[in-house]
Design a binder for this molecule. Structure first.
Ligand SMILES: *Cc1c(COP(=O)(O)O)cnc(C)c1O
Length: 430
């Protein structure tokens, strides 16, 4: 594999940006090799600056559910650009995307557009605090909610702990307002509510935790969160930045039949451009400025070009059978690899839901973040490098999930599955 141009650009970018990148995981720190500089994408393929071609399972970390360069998205965007880039005033396009979402998702009466998933989460937390007049928030170990100060908190394994920030620069008082609990642990949640009566504004969870492996939750646990938050006057926030419009149009909420009080979106909603959103009932959303006193704003919020990409993308998602096809492809792809793993008795397993999959280096069911054995990450680091040489691009971390887009056809998927099987043979024989 030729790497000269990527290496040259990486050397230059390292003098320009911390770690040479605009977002940390891109720096290839947890896999072998160094970052590839991507030049273009089309359908399920991407090409780097050296002309290497890859079947892409990163899909820009999830947004590209129709693959790269989907013609119906790029054509609408090219047309919209002719009218100017941004006005900082309301436009018809926001109404159109807003209606598309609200009319198809029952638990949202009103929505507000922002420019990233992080912003959506930050605003949802502020809204929950404003609504309940309480400060504390429960989050779960292993769930990622963007780089919001109060969410950059991990806990040691074991029982409920008050947050100690895992990032520099986060005020102690912010981290202290975050209660970090293990996933799938009802008792820990009950204890937190007993210890802090009338103090917890909200519970925030990725209903399908997909940022630290893929830790599928039992429906019963999610239902329990809905009940206990209601009983205690707290709000339940589903962070659907990954799962929204991915597990079906109505995301995990519809998949499990559980209506959260507030939902956040990002990734798919913008068709590859920077969009996030949060939504809730009329009553709760009436607290947002200028109707209410919870402030939230954005110079480029509801940007017409981004709205256009979102509309084109989401309209296509609403076509009959769209999600069934995507899910069936994912099932076949994952089963092919899992059959190979079983045959050779490798200590691995492809976990999947909807069109999201994750290669776990354990045969056991992963129920919470501490179940993940970090030894698997060095195996993944090797596997990642082998896969690149075979023309398969995964996100450069063993904790990251893969995505299957509508552009991935059966031929590409079966080729990729075979390459992944033979790469597994290599790492497990060494
Ligand atoms: C990606 C992600 C975020 C952050 O979104 P950005 O657009 O990267 O700010 C928040 N929550 C979840 C669940 C995510 O997957």
């Amino acid at each position: 594999m030729k790497l000269e141009k990527s290496l040259e650009l990486y050397s230059e970018s390292s003098s320009l940006f911390p770690g040479g990148v605009s977002s940390p995981v891109r720096a290839f720190k947890s896999v072998e090799g160094s970052p590839l500089f991507i030049k273009k994408g089309d359908g399920y393929k991407i090409w780097d600056e050296d002309g290497n071609e890859f079947i892409d399972f990163c899909c820009s970390w999830g947004p590209l559910i129709h693959g790269h360069n989907a013609p119906f998205v790029t054509e609408s965007v090219s047309k919209a650009i002719q009218n100017g880039m941004s006005f900082g005033a309301p436009s018809r396009l926001e109404n159109e995307l807003g209606k598309l979402i609200i009319q198809n998702i029952d638990h949202i009466d009103k929505i507000r557009f922002v420019s990233s998933g992080t912003e959506a989460v930050m605003s949802a937390l502020r809204l929950a605090r404003g609504h309940t007049k309480r400060d504390k928030v429960i989050k779960f170990e292993g769930c990622y909610h963007g780089h919001v100060d109060s969410m950059l908190v991990n806990a040691g394994s074991g029982l409920a702990t008050f947050g100690i920030s895992s990032s520099g620069g986060v005020p102690k008082s912010f981290a202290e307002s975050t209660i970090v609990l293990p996933l799938n642990d009802k008792k820990a949640v009950m204890t937190a509510f007993e210890k802090h009566p009338n103090e917890i504004s909200s519970i925030i969870i990725e209903p399908v935790p997909a940022n630290n492996g893929l830790i599928i939750q039992q429906k019963e646990f999610l239902l329990f969160l809905k009940e206990i938050s209601e009983k205690n006057g707290s709000l339940l926030i589903f962070d659907e930045v990954i799962s929204g419009f991915r597990l079906g149009f109505g995301g995990a909420a519809n998949h499990y039949g559980i209506n959260p009080d507030i939902v956040t979106y990002g990734k798919i909603i913008g068709g590859g451009l920077p969009v996030g959103a949060y939504g809730s009932s009329n009553k709760i959303m009436s607290e947002i400025s200028p109707d209410g006193n919870v402030y939230q704003a954005g110079t480029l919020s509801g940007n017409p070009i981004a709205m256009t990409a979102g509309i084109a993308q989401l309209k296509k998602c609403l076509t009959q059978g769209f999600y069934d096809v995507l899910q069936n492809k994912t099932i076949d792809f994952s089963n092919t690899i899992n059959n190979h793993i079983t045959k050779h008795n490798y200590n691995a397993n492809v976990v999947f839901i909807g069109s999201i999959f994750w290669l776990s280096f354990s045969k056991d069911k992963i129920k919470c973040a501490s179940d993940i054995d970090s030894k698997g990450m060095s195996i993944f680091g090797k596997l990642h490098q082998i896969l690149l040489k075979k023309g398969i691009y995964f996100g450069p971390s063993g904790y990251e999930v893969g995505f299957i887009s509508a552009a991935h056809d059966n031929a590409a998927l079966s080729k990729a599955a075979n390459e992944i099987c033979s790469a597994l043979d290599e790492v497990f024989s060494s």
